[in-house]
Design a protein around this ligand. Structure first.
Ligand code: AQP
Length: 341
């Protein structure tokens, strides 16, 4: 395997820790589809089920359902399992095998500095799982087991990609080989950080206890419209220019969502709606959201009726993933000095 020339390859994953949100769709899946359609890179997308059990206990039936529903969400949004490799992480054991090597490369100080670890372990880090602390090393393995060169993610994952780069750099340096690529995070567009509908300073999250804070990709038209109508805003109308949204996080968030759904820039959205009261803006935004998301939700429901077909797609995806991952793991073991007979 060449030490310097890496196949242009995109990898990204989503946790089946709950139902897909509009944040996951705009910040991740919609952009995964763009990479797939651009055809410039091989595209590999994963349901990271091993990550999903790091933060809190998930009932096994729920985890299985979430994983299949996430797969349906990928496909309904435009990921074609023939064009992209689509699979769940636990069916490709090379991820955890490489993660062990990376656990021995990463330093405790690096892991302790991760903001997601600090946020999710909260005030009682002693009670958090070891898996939650090690999460970014597994994520580095998810990416590097495919020698991925580009990783499209939302803003919140930037620090983990930086850690992936640090792990690759240290491995390459320690073993004196340019074996792992230094993967580039790709964080683009207006909707890389979709915020909570009730608090514009917090990220929209699938595990937030309140349903009102997020739009789920399985929500029906009524639920979408209601959540947008009830989204928190301030009393002022839309400003004349984008600068007028400064210090108005909830207003900015709705403009970003409009932008993400329509592919207009936030400045164009503001210009087209200047002076409009939020009551009307939210009504129009609800119509746009229902129009875009409704067909995805219906297709997800249709796909979920045939779970054996979803399992077949995941099984085939895992086989294709292993064809890439297994030789990279073998060579890693060889570089590290594990006897292979
Ligand atoms: N609100 C968001 N805006 C933009 N992008 C987002 N992503 C997540 N939330 C937003 C992006 O979606 C991809 C998959 O994320 P994940 O499911 O692996 O984990 P997460 O970032 O922790 O997402 P959640 O919804 O907040 O999950 P929980 O609640 O389980 O922690 C990533 O590219 C992420 O950036």
């Amino acid at each position: 395997m060449s030490d310097t020339a890496f196949t242009p390859r995109v990898f990204s994953g989503i946790q089946p820790s709950g139902g897909l949100t509009l944040g996951n769709y705009l910040g991740a899946i919609k952009r995964f589809v763009d990479w797939q359609e651009a055809g410039t890179h091989e595209t590999i997308y994963c349901m990271v089920d091993l990550h999903a059990i790091t933060a809190k206990f998930i009932d096994p039936a729920t985890l299985r359902r979430n994983t299949r529903e996430l797969c349906a969400g990928f496909i309904a949004s435009g990921i074609d399992p023939e064009k992209s490799v689509l699979f769940n992480q636990s069916q490709v054991p090379e991820h955890t095998q490489l993660a062990w090597i990376f656990n021995c490369v990463a330093r405790m100080g690096w892991m302790n500095r991760m903001t997601q670890w600090k946020d999710k372990s909260g005030k009682n880090a002693e009670a958090a799982s070891l898996g939650l602390l090690a999460y970014p090393a597994l994520m580095a393995a998810d990416i590097l087991i495919y020698h991925a060169t580009h990783v499209p993610v939302g803003e919140d994952q930037k620090q983990h990609i930086e850690l992936t780069r640090d792990i690759a750099t240290k491995f390459n340096h320690d073993y004196g080989r340019e074996f792992f690529p230094i993967a580039e995070p790709v964080i683009e567009g207006a909707a890389t950080r979709v915020m909570n509908l009730q608090d514009g300073t917090k990220k929209m999250s699938k595990s937030d206890p309140s349903e009102k804070t997020r739009i789920n990709m399985t929500d029906d038209a009524d639920a979408i419209a209601k959540k947008i109508r009830k989204a928190k805003t301030d009393p002022d109308p839309l400003p004349e220019t984008i600068e007028g949204l400064e210090g108005r996080p909830e207003a900015r968030n709705l403009v970003n969502i409009w932008s993400g759904l329509t592919d207009q820039t936030p400045a164009q959205v503001v210009e087209a709606n200047a002076g409009k009261l939020f009551g009307y803006f939210k009504q129009d935004l609800a119509d746009i959201a229902v129009d875009k998301l409704g067909p995805i939700a219906s297709e997800m429901a249709r796909l979920m009726e045939d779970q054996s077909e979803i399992d077949r797609i995941l099984g085939r995806g895992a086989e294709r993933a292993r064809e890439i991952a297994a030789p990279i793991l073998d060579e890693t073991y060889d570089i590290v000095g594990m006897v292979r007979s």
